[in-house]
Design a protein around this ligand. Structure first.
Ligand SMILES: *[C@@H]1O[C@H](CO)[C@@H](O)[C@H](O)[C@H]1NC(C)=O
Length: 390
C-alpha cells in the first residue's frame, strides 16, 4: 500500500515537473487583443514560431476571450524542435465576411507537425451567411474547412468545440496516429456540406467521446484510410457515419480496418453507411465492424449504396468498381424513420461479400421494418429484424 502511494506521488511529481518545465507563451502577453474584432493572426503565428523554436517544450496559452482570425492561417511544424502544445480557453472567430476564407479550402490549418496537442477552445467560423448564399442558389464559393490537420503525426485534440463551419468542421488528411477526444461539433441540420470530421489518406485515427450535430456526415471516411477507431460518439442531426463517398477515381486507395462501436444516432438521415459512385474504380472497403449501435428515428439506419448520386444530378450511371468485403453489423437496434431499415445495394459487377448481420433489430413506427438488398452475400445470425437480406 505504502509503496503504491509513494509510486503514485512520484508519478504526480514527474507529471508536475514535466508541466512546469514547459515554457508558457500567453498570446495576450504577445499583444493579442481578445475583443473579437482585432485580427490576432500575426500574434498567433509569432507565438507558434517561438514555441516551435524554443529549446524547451513550450505551451501556447490562449486565455478566455474572443480572438479574430480574419484570413486563412497555416501553422507549419516543419522546423519545430519538439512537440507543440496549445491550450485554449477562449473562442476563435472568423470574420462575418465569408469571402475572406471561403475560397481557400482551409481556415485554420496545421501541416507537417510531428507531435501536437490541442486542448479546449471553441472555434466559430460563422458559416451561416455562406449557407444562406448556397441555399439561395446563387453562385457562392465552396467554403473553408474550419480546422485541418495535414501530413502530421501524433496529434491529440481534446475538448475542442467547432461551431458553424462554412464547409467541413474538421479534416484529417495524410496523417498518422491522431486521437480526437471529447470533440463537440454543432451546426444546423440544414447547413450544406458541413461534415463533422472528415478523414482521408490517414492511418491510426481514433475518435472517442464526441458529439456531432451538423448538416452533412457526422464522420466521413475517405479513400486511403486504415486502422480507424470510432467509439462513444453521438450523431444527429447529420448524415450519419459514412465510408465514402468512394470510387470517383479509377485509381483509388481503399478503406480497411474500421471499427465503429457504441455509437448513437438520433434524427439523422443515415446511421452507418457505405457510399460509392457508380463508376469504374480499383478501390475497396474491407474489414469493417459496426457494433453496439442505437438508432432513434434514423432514415436509413443501415445502408450500402453503390449507386451513390446525391440529388440525382449528373449521375455517372455505370457500375461501381469498389469491392466491399467483410463488413459486420453486430448488435444494432432502434427505430427507422422510413419503412426500409436495412438497405444493401451492392455493385452488380462486384457483389459485396462477407457481410455479416448479427442481432440486428430495427422497427418502423413500432412495427416491422423492411429490408432491401441486391448483390449482397454473407451470413446472418442471432435475431434479425427485418430479415430476408442474407
Ligand atoms: C486495426 O486498427 C486498430 C486501431 O484502430 C489496431 O489496433 C489494429 O491492430 C488494426 N488491426 C490490424 C489487423 O491491422
Amino acid at each position: 500500500m505504502a509503496y503504491f502511494l509513494r509510486l503514485t506521488l512520484f508519478i504526480i511529481f514527474l507529471v508536475n515537473s514535466a508541466l512546469a518545465a514547459r515554457v508558457s507563451i500567453n498570446v495576450l502577453r504577445l499583444g493579442a487583443r481578445a475583443d473579437g474584432r482585432t485580427d490576432v493572426s500575426k500574434v498567433f503565428l509569432r507565438a507558434w514560431n517561438s514555441a516551435c523554436a524554443s529549446t524547451r517544450p513550450a505551451q501556447i496559452y490562449v486565455p478566455r476571450g474572443r480572438y479574430l482570425i480574419r484570413g486563412p492561417i497555416v501553422f507549419s511544424g516543419h522546423n519545430c524542435k519538439h512537440s507543440m502544445f496549445i491550450r485554449i480557453q477562449g473562442t476563435i472567430v472568423a470574420s462575418t465576411n465569408y469571402n475572406l476564407i471561403a475560397t481557400n479550402g482551409n481556415w485554420i490549418k496545421f501541416e507537417n507537425v510531428n507531435g501536437l496537442s490541442i486542448s479546449g477552445g471553441i472555434i466559430d467560423a460563422k458559416g451561416a451567411a455562406l449557407w444562406n448564399c448556397k441555399k439561395s442558389g446563387n453562385n457562392c464559393p465552396a467554403g473553408a474547412t474550419s480546422i485541418g490537420f495535414y501530413s502530421s503525426t501524433n496529434v491529440v485534440v481534446s475538448r475542442l468545440t467547432s461551431i458553424n463551419s462554412q464547409m467541413f468542421h474538421m479534416i484529417v488528411y495524410k496523417c498518422r496516429t491522431v486521437r480526437l477526444r471529447g470533440i463537440k461539433i454543432l451546426a444546423l441540420g440544414s447547413s450544406p456540406n458541413t461534415d463533422g470530421i472528415n478523414v482521408q489518406l490517414s492511418s491510426g485515427v481514433s475518435i472517442f467521446n464526441s458529439r456531432i450535430s451538423t448538416g452533412d456526415d457526422c464522420v466521413s471516411i475517405g479513400p486511403g484510410t486504415t486502422n480507424t477507431w470510432i467509439e462513444n460518439v453521438f450523431c444527429g442531426p447529420g448524415h450519419g457515419i459514412s465510408i465514402g463517398s468512394l470510387g470517383w477515381d479509377l485509381h483509388e486507395p481503399g478503406v480497411q480496418n474500421l471499427t465503429v462501436k457504441s455509437v448513437a444516432f438520433r434524427n439523422s438521415d443515415n446511421g452507418v453507411r457505405i457510399k460509392t459512385w457508380a463508376r469504374s474504380s480499383n478501390g475497396f472497403v474491407r474489414d469493417v465492424l459496426f457494433k453496439n449501435i442505437a438508432m432513434s428515428n434514423v432514415k436509413n439506419p443501415i445502408l450500402i449504396d453503390q449507386d451513390y448520386c446525391p440529388n440525382n444530378q449528373d449521375c455517372p450511371g455505370k457500375v461501381s468498381g469498389i469491392k466491399i468485403s467483410n463488413v459486420r453489423y453486430q448488435d444494432i437496434r432502434g427505430s427507422s424513420a422510413t419503412p426500409i431499415a436495412v438497405q444493401l445495394q451492392c455493385s452488380k459487377k462486384y457483389p459485396c461479400s462477407g457481410i455479416r448481420l448479427q442481432d440486428v433489430v430495427l422497427t418502423y413506427k413500432n412495427q416491422a421494418a423492411k429490408a432491401s438488398c441486391a448483390n449482397a452475400g454473407g451470413t446472418a445470425s442471432g435475431v434479425i429484424k427485418p430479415s430476408g437480406c442474407l
